[in-house]
Design a protein around this ligand. Structure first.
Ligand SMILES: *[C@@H]1O[C@H](CO)[C@@H](O)[C@H](O)[C@H]1NC(C)=O
Length: 498
């Protein structure tokens, strides 16, 4: 008898101890306890919270009443070549030496110096290589380097690849598609012949490991140095071809990305090119819904132009992550713009404040507004929120859950969620706003989509089951947005007016 009592006391202490260090643990311990205690024949053991959420999603995710049949995606596409940085530089017969930063790389020597400069710090960096011919020689050496890995790259191509996993869907991809990329794309993807080009746009990703040594240089941590000579994507060269090809393809949804690529071309170029892009995009408008996938930008003026000069108000839907959301607010002096960056998991109340602000400033929260924006798919590591203006979209619960499901499975390199390989990182309790009046909300694992309303806008929040040992996270945001769109439907005009 006393043995049991002691065991119980030790267990209580252990649970108490873990509770203070990791609030997720007691559940697991209790499960362990309940699993190890003899249970009557045939009674299933208590599922973990991850299992509960994962099976609840399966029950919630159903196809919308009206599915897309033809989706056109453009316009950034490239081939990512991942290779050992030191290995490639040695293969190029470059000697180790001193590091020096260069804003633009003009030669192999510049490349070496910039690579060494960042490797010494263990910091990520991305640079433009100005000499086209020299770049092609380096790219060829990289692609042929033993162990080099080639991947489909560019948001448009990645979204296209994800959509093409659905056999009933016709996908058109427009972007600078070279022979290598064409070969790697899913057979189901149609590429307009005018956007095919003789050489690929290679993005070279030079990796190094923590502690890796090259001459006098030693990397304090693993990271990557990225460079390219990508003018086609930088100028959005295929945008006009994309718009022209829509007439024949007749899509029922257009997905646009690659605007962020122009930023690196300098202000003179992007000012001109953005005006042309706005004209091109306005040709699509009214015909068919447009989703815009945002990606990381650093120039506030550029971001403001995209917000105000009618790009964001001109599209029906946008997809973005926590960095892009905060940057939107900082660039436009929105709520919480004083935050330098998110500290850990972004606060749901603050995120909701910024999302509502974007919708009210640039969306159609009032039927009298000109703007078309009625949907935002926000994704961050620990949770996703789908925000829609009431009356314009359907199947939101399934759509947000499907996006989260693909995040948990794809990061682990799996077709479906393995509940033992993922962990819940989202807050269990949160608020609809950072300031009063606000609603206190909590996560229900058996019904894992929390719904709340502010103004004429509805928020659908679901946690992510985060892969504990992710294999490859590049393109995860693109996959989430693609999956969310697949399960979304846009309501017809008469339904909007109710
Ligand atoms: C919500 O929509 C109604 C019309 O449907 C409008 O009168 C009202 O101003 C809108 N509210 C906000 C906060 O925009």
């Amino acid at each position: 008898m006393w043995r049991k009592a002691v065991a119980a006391a030790v267990l209580a202490l252990t649970v108490g101890y873990f509770y203070h260090t990791d609030p997720e643990l007691p559940e697991r311990l209790l499960q362990y306890v309940s699993q190890s205690s003899p249970s009557p024949e045939g009674t299933p053991s208590t599922p973990t919270i991850e299992q509960t959420i994962s099976s609840a999603w399966e029950a919630l995710i159903s196809a919308p009443a009206r599915q897309w049949s033809r989706v056109a995606v453009g316009v950034n596409a490239c081939v990512d070549v991942v290779v050992s940085g030191v290995g490639l530089l040695q293969a190029l017969a470059v000697d180790p030496g001193q590091g020096a930063d260069h804003e633009v790389l003009h030669s192999k020597e510049d490349l070496k110096e910039a690579f060494v400069y960042y490797m010494e710090k263990g910091a990520a960096a991305e640079r433009f290589f100005s000499d086209g011919e020299a770049f092609q020689r380096i790219a060829r050496a990289a692609a042929e380097y033993p162990g080099a890995q080639l991947y489909v790259g560019g948001n448009a191509a990645l979204i296209g690849q994800k959509l093409a996993t659905y056999p009933q869907l016709m996908v058109l991809l427009c972007g600078p598609v070279g022979p290598k990329l064409h070969e790697m794309l899913d057979d189901q993807i149609v590429v307009p012949p005018e956007s095919l080009q003789e050489t690929d746009e290679f993005h070279l990703i030079l990796e190094y490991k923590a502690g890796e040594q090259w001459g006098p240089t030693r990397a304090p941590q693993a990271n990557r140095f990225i460079f390219s000579h990508d003018i086609a994507n930088g100028e959005m060269n295929t945008l006009e071809t994309f718009v022209a090809s829509l007439e024949e393809f007749q899509p029922d949804l257009v997905v646009l990305s690659g605007l962020h690529m122009m930023e690196g071309q300098g202000r003179d170029l992007w000012e001109e090119r953005l005006k042309e892009a706005v004209v091109a995009i306005s040709d699509i408008r009214n015909e068919v819904p447009i989703h815009l996938e945002l990606a990381s930008m650093t120039d506030k003026d550029y971001m403001n132009r995209i917000m105000q000069e009618q790009v964001i108000p001109m599209v029906n839907s946008i997809g973005l992550n926590e960095q892009e959301l905060l940057f939107l607010s900082q660039a436009g002096a929105g709520p919480h713009a004083e935050l330098v960056s998110w500290d850990g998991v972004p606060d749901v109340g603050r995120v909701s404040d910024i999302l509502l602000w974007v919708m009210e400033q640039h969306g159609r929260t009032n039927p009298e507004f000109e703007a078309d924006l009625t949907r935002i798919h926000f994704h961050t590591l620990a949770y996703h929120i789908l925000v829609t203006v009431d009356g314009y979209w359907g199947n939101q619960v399934a759509a947000v859950a499907a996006g989260a499901r693909v995040a948990g499975s794809q990061a682990c390199g799996l077709e479906s969620i393995d509940a033992t390989k993922v962990a819940l990182r989202a807050p269990r309790d949160f608020h609809s706003s950072h300031s009063e009046p606000r609603e206190h909300l909590s996560l229900n694992p058996a019904m894992p989509v929390t719904i709340y309303h502010r103004g004429n806008v509805t928020f659908y929040l679901t946690p992510v089951l985060v892969c504990k040992q992710p294999l490859r996270t590049v393109g995860l945001g693109d996959a989430i947005s693609a999956e969310g769109l697949l399960y979304s439907e846009i309501l017809q005009q008469h339904e909007q007016q109710q």
